[in-house]
Design a protein around this ligand. Structure first.
Ligand SMILES: *Cc1c(COP(=O)(O)O)cnc(C)c1O
Length: 574
């Protein structure tokens, strides 16, 4: 071991006098804070204390993480996402225009990008065909100014982990810092190299709240390293790199251990099932084994499949231009429902292509059908869940066509623009296809048209659901500006409406306010469902819209197929 931290700290960093914030200079116990030019009073309806600057490197969160990970709090640094820490490592230990960093393609693109931003040369040492680091070759490519090595473990986009011996070998012979990016380690915690921290002063481990902890939007990354390395990060850090809400959320996530474990377990199980299914799909050449929450899949025609999936609304990552990843897509494990949509979209590609190929109409995949496919073909989960209802009364004539497993397509015409807009929400937010053509006695009033449309919609819905296999009770709550709405739905067979939506005006978008309750009652009756609707807020328009959106989301959840024959449902895992 010949690592000397001082020797890799650039002069301008070693000599840097860090910015001292107001709170840094605080002495004694204050209760009147007139030192930081903040707004003195908190804002209403905002997280507490956001009028104040956050605490720098918050002690509680650091201590919690230290305890969970079995390290000292001085070995923990919190970043604005691990992206920030990747960049900071370069600014701490590399001289722009002079030094180099080493990366192992195919890998996370951020390392190369931040290196170029910091005017650092990128030395690459390609992974072998199974995506393992070749340590000898890597060490032989080092140059005197190589300060950092970035090892992604599990690797993005390949999903594999590196051998501990390899990482040890690099740590032993490299005179710079080995940064091991463990963004996905939550999915394979026993592979973490954190225990090596005690042995190697030139190891830095990056982890994040963005993946398994479900806080990608909060931007919280963590570095674990020797207190000496951490103190250099602290020296150059923006004083308030983490916002108070993010800090709170991270603390909360750490306390929700049961949910975290359940999520990790369920993603791992879905990932493995997804891997089996994808292996049997047409065009698949290889599904690489994964330790993370995504799969790298080599397919016969990656660009074309990628575009086909995107046209179906399913976005995956096309990695086919990455070295060693020719023909590869990276697919994140989604919910059971999302995975199923992806599989369906993929299959529709295979079918059209293959039909064209042999011209006979018989679908022959390049591989034998797997157990999974046979099962799906014989189960009713492949039946299209759609219905068309045509109803005419003295006052109205209505056609409703619905497809439950749709893409949010809507074609609505009732003659009442505001009502059209609300029905469109059902399609869009419920991810159903919906066509409504209603002609009613609008010259009298919108009452009959709305009521009869709701009845037809409820009937169509019920018919499309068929035997209700895999259906349960669900609910959804959402805010919309000043308003919030909650809708609970039970498709168990009895009609009931509980309505708690006070309106301040008598009409909304030219529709009498009372008709909305009427709409949901008619729907509940016709669909034979139990519906609870609550909303509060000031603006009637927002309230109604929030109700329709929450209703759509609740419907979407309620009709989601229970893929027990293919995928675990979240419910079964609870
Ligand atoms: C997602 C990801 C991260 C996380 O970055 P954050 O800035 O913490 O969101 C880091 N490294 C890799 C390899 C990733 O894939």
């Amino acid at each position: 071991m010949n690592f000397n931290l001082k020797s890799i700290i650039p002069e301008h960093i070693a000599e840097l006098i860090p910015y001292a914030s107001a709170r840094d200079e605080l002495q004694g116990e204050g209760s009147v804070f007139l030192d930081a030019n903040e707004l003195p009073q908190p804002l209403p309806d905002m997280p507490g204390n956001v009028n104040r600057y956050p605490v720098e490197q918050p002690k509680l969160l650091r201590e919690k993480l230290a305890a969970v990970k079995g390290v000292e709090p001085e070995s923990v640094f919190l970043g604005n996402g691990s992206d920030e820490i990747i960049d900071m490592m370069m600014r701490c230990f590399c001289r722009p225009g002079k030094d180099q960093v080493m990366v192992f393609p195919p890998t996370f693109g951020m390392y190369g990008v931040r290196a170029r931003v910091n005017n650092l040369e990128v030395i690459t040492a390609d992974l072998d065909e199974e995506f393992y680091v070749k340590p000898r070759e890597a060490l032989s490519k080092l140059s005197t100014g190589t300060r950092l090595m970035f090892i992604c473990h599990p690797n993005n986009p390949t999903g594999n982990v590196q051998k501990t011996e390899t990482i040890r070998e690099l740590l032993t012979h490299f005179k710079g810092i080995v940064v091991v990016d463990e963004a996905y380690i939550d999915f394979c915690p026993d592979q973490s190299v954190l225990p090596l921290l005690k042995e190697y002063p030139n190891l830095a481990v990056l982890q994040t709240f963005s993946k398994a902890y479900g806080l990608a939007g909060a931007r919280i990354g963590v570095a674990y390293a020797s207190p000496e390395i951490i103190s250099v990060l602290e020296k150059i850090s923006f004083p308030y790199n983490l916002g108070t809400p993010a800090i709170r959320l991270a603390e909360k996530a750490l306390n929700s251990h049961a949910i975290y474990r359940m999520n990790v377990e369920s993603i791992r199980a879905s990932r493995d099932q997804l891997a089996d299914i994808i292996a049997s799909l047409p065009l698949t050449i290889k599904v690489y084994p994964s330790h993370a929450n995504f799969l790298l899949v080599k397919v016969a025609d990656a660009d074309v499949l990628y575009r086909h999936l995107a046209r179906s609304g399913v976005i995956v990552r096309n990695r086919s231009k990455e070295p060693g990843c020719q023909g590869c897509l990276r697919i994140t494990t989604g919910t059971a429902e999302e995975n199923q949509l992806m599989i369906q979209a993929w299959k529709s590609f295979g079918t059209t292509k293959l039909l064209q190929r042999d011209g006979t109409g018989s679908v022959t995949g390049p591989k034998q059908q797997s157990k999974h496919e046979m099962k799906q073909n014989t189960s009713d989960s492949q039946k299209a869940r759609e219905a068309t209802i045509q109803r005419s009364t003295a006052e109205t004539s209505i056609t409703v066509r619905i497809r439950l497993d749709g893409r949010g397509y809507a074609n609505i015409s009732t003659g009442i623009p505001f009502y059209d807009h609300m029905l469109e929400q059902i399609a869009r937010h419920g991810m159903m296809d919906l066509e409504v053509d209603a002609r009613g006695d609008l010259e009298v009033d919108p009452h009959h048209t709305m009521e009869d449309t709701a009845i037809s919609l409820g009937m169509a819905f019920r018919q499309a659901l068929g035997d209700k296999k895999g259906i349960d009770r669900y609910g959804f709550e959402l805010p919309m500006d000043d308003s919030r709405a909650k809708v609970l739905i039970d498709l168990g067979g009895r009609s009931f409406l509980k309505w708690d939506v006070p309106f301040s005006g008598s009409a909304i978008g030219n529709v009498p306010a009372t008709l909305f309750q009427h709409f949901f009652r008619s729907f509940a009756d016709a669909a034979k469902c139990n519906l609870h609707v609550e909303a509060s807020g000031e603006d009637d328009h927002h309230k109604v819209e929030a109700v329709f959106k929450a209703f759509s989301r609740a419907l979407k959840m309620a009709v989601a197929r229970n893929h027990s024959d293919i995928m675990p449902s979240t419910k079964e895992r609870l």
